[in-house]
Write a protein of this length. Structure first.
Lengths: 66, 173
């Protein structure tokens, strides 16, 4: 199971090179996303997983905990 | 959605998967910068006045009124030691007996809003609910500033609004 992290840890890990992945629909990513995040909507994740670096930590997020 | 995405990545063999549990709303609520088409739309946090008069619950009301008058304010925000908003003193409360403590006079549990809401949404809400001013707070309740209706309306008329409505996720009342 993925490790749950808070904002402070997100900032720290992102500074250290972790990948930020927004899994919301692309339109919502286009409007607002965390600096440096890439868009891989949940429905396209299987198809696009090859674009994510397996060697670096991956931080996924959506709007909230849901 | 993020839990399912995290689980899917793990099932695909990713072994360094983390989930930012509180997500984008938490990031926006903290007033942190974002990228995207909405990143330059005016938001409540940016438009709010930061030089707000604050007081503690044990302060003497007369002292707070004097500070508010000197600063030209007709509202003061009651906060705790961590700047978490406890209440509001609008002009009606500020005019009460000088010897009361702030907590005796304060209007508890004011409606607060998150900093990421667009000024257009704020302007519409404040006009509809006849609010002259509104405290803007982070998701953990800390004061960011006070947004005045006149400023929200002015900015809403000048600039394009954010395209996504977020006030429903924002208001605490």
């Amino acid at each position: 199971m993925a490790t749950l992290i808070d904002r402070a840890v997100v900032q720290e890990m992102a500074e250290q090179g972790a990948q930020l992945v927004e899994v919301l629909p692309a339109k919502e990513y286009a409007e607002d996303h965390l600096p440096g995040a890439v868009s891989h909507p949940l429905r396209q994740l299987d198809k696009e997983a090859g674009e994510i670096d397996r060697e670096r930590p991956v931080i996924v997020y959506c709007w909230d905990a849901a | 959605m993020a839990p399912r995405a995290a689980a899917r990545l793990e099932s695909l063999g990713f072994d360094k998967v983390y989930q930012y549990e509180a997500g984008k709303l938490d990031w926006l609520a903290a007033g942190l910068p974002t990228e995207g088409t909405n990143s330059d739309c005016p938001r409540a946090g940016d438009a709010s006045r930061k030089d707000v008069v604050v007081s503690g619950p044990k302060d003497r009301l007369g002292d707070v009124r004097a500070r508010a008058q000197a600063a030209g304010w007709d509202v003061a925000v009651v906060v705790d030691a961590d700047r978490v908003v406890l209440g509001l003193l609008r002009s009606k409360e500020l005019e009460m007996d000088s010897n009361l403590t702030v907590e005796q006079a304060t209007r508890p549990g004011p409606r607060t809003f998150r900093p990421y809401v667009s000024t257009k949404e704020m302007a519409d809400y404040m006009v509809e609910h006849d609010l002259d001013s509104a405290p803007i707070t982070t998701s953990d309740g800390k004061l960011v500033g006070v947004l005045f209706r006149a400023e929200a309306v002015r900015l809403a008329a000048d600039r394009n609004a954010c395209t996504r409505k977020l006030i429903a996720n924002s208001v605490d009342d």
